[in-house]
Design a protein around this ligand. Structure first.
Ligand SMILES: [Fe+2]
Ligand SMILES: [Fe+2]
Length: 172
């Protein structure tokens, strides 16, 4: 594998692991704030991020390349509001989308077909994730960030739905 591409993929692992860690911390805070739907949704997102990191790692191992695990920074323990939290998730997903796009450029430059195919999956995955987080933010804008409105959105999430649509299972 082209050394620059390998370095870029290893560097990207940090973003996926950071999302895994931060989303887990978010899930805990939501759980402690009596929002089981949000907490379970966020836990699923956290698990998905770990699966993303693993997908990159497996790709490197399959190709006899050495994955280098990053240090992961300590995530925050609380958020100002549910909207602030979901907005942070949205910002984080946009950052990852940009990083995946940069990885695509590296893979194109190296003419690395297997990496291009792997990255195509991530390109589609990011469209799905951003779309889902955007729908959730839209929901929160409509009903507000407290009381019965927030409870309604929490119940929707408990039923595996965002804005009335079923959440796709991970990786589909
Ligand atoms: Fe991810
Ligand atoms: Fe993500």
């Amino acid at each position: 594998m082209n050394p620059e591409l390998l370095q870029a993929i290893n560097g990207h692992l940090e973003l996926e692991f950071e999302a895994f860690y931060t989303y887990a911390a978010m899930s805990h805070w939501l759980d402690l704030n009596d929002l089981p739907g949000f907490a379970s949704w966020m836990r699923d997102q956290s698990t998905e991020e770990l699966a993303h990191a693993q997908k990159f790692i497996d790709h490197l191992l399959e190709r006899d390349q050495h994955p280098v695990l990053p240090a992961i920074a300590k995530p925050p323990t609380k958020w100002e509001s549910v909207t602030a939290l979901v907005t942070e998730v949205h910002e984080s997903e946009k950052l990852v989308t940009k990083a995946i796009s940069d990885l695509c450029d590296f893979a194109d430059k190296a003419r690395d077909r297997p990496a291009q195919i792997l990255l195509q999956w991530f390109v589609s995955e990011q469209v799905e994730e951003e779309n889902m987080v955007q729908a959730l933010l839209g929901r929160l804008r409509l009903v507000g960030d407290s009381g019965v409105g927030l409870l309604m959105v929490d119940q929707e999430l408990s039923q595996g739905k965002v804005a009335g649509a079923m959440i796709e299972p991970a990786g589909e």
